[in-house]
Design a protein around this ligand. Structure first.
Ligand code: URA
Length: 207
């Protein structure tokens, strides 16, 4: 399932992020805000469990609480830019990290970092990376999480293209994909067009 969260609050912020003249400071701030807005939408259908509290009027109010742990898993390094915004909305979330790279000659995936909280395998995983380009890092990360037993994985990206969507759909049809925008294509350097450039460089000001 692919869900493109077309929403004016998201799209207007994303347009500023796309602008090549936007500073890394503002870029990072907007990524944080959009990540929070996306998760607000993504959790709309999230199942809660009922529980009751006693209010100061002495009566009982039936309320709700989350029924599962939520684990934010940024794909290093650009995914880090999405963590703070999600935590601002769900401060009880845990955070794991995945670092994978592909050997440019053998195309084999190499994991250089993997640290995931020790939680139930049914926990809701929000695997985050701003860009869904070829989809290989996301695919490798999903494989790693599944190898660990996780069954409820959601991939949350800012901008994606059909190629990346197909990579995930073909290999992991059970994984829900959420995008703020679907862009046109990948250029010869595998950058998303129109895209927003190298997300990691723009978040961390490394260029
Ligand atoms: N990664 C990026 O940071 N930007 C792209 O356009 C594609 C992959």
């Amino acid at each position: 399932m692919v869900n493109v969260l077309n929403h004016p609050l998201i799209t207007t912020k994303l347009t500023i992020m796309r602008d090549e003249n936007t500073s890394h400071h503002l870029f990072r701030e907007l990524l944080k805000e959009i990540s929070a807005l996306m998760v607000y939408e993504i959790l709309r259908d999230y199942k809660t469990i009922e529980y009751s509290v006693k209010t100061p009027t002495g009566s009982i109010a039936i309320g709700e609480k989350m029924d599962k742990e939520i684990v934010i898993v940024p794909i290093l390094r650009a995914g880090l830019g999405m963590v703070e915004g999600i935590l601002s909305l769900i401060p009880t979330s845990r955070v794991g990290h995945i670092g994978v790279y592909r050997d440019e000659k053998t195309f084999k995936a190499h994991e250089y970092f993997y640290k995931i909280p020790n939680v139930s395998k049914e926990s809701l995983i929000l695997l985050v990376d701003p860009m869904l380009a070829t989809g290989t890092s996301a695919k490798d990360s999903i494989e790693r999480l599944k190898k660990d037993g996780f069954t409820n994985i959601n991939l949350v990206c800012l901008v994606g293209v059909e190629k990346g969507i197909q990579t995930i759909r073909n290999e992991h049809p059970d994984v829900k994909i959420f995008l703020a925008a679907k862009d046109l294509y990948l250029n010869e350097k595998k950058y998303i067009v129109p895209g927003l450039g190298d997300a990691g460089d723009r978040i961390f000001g490394t260029k």
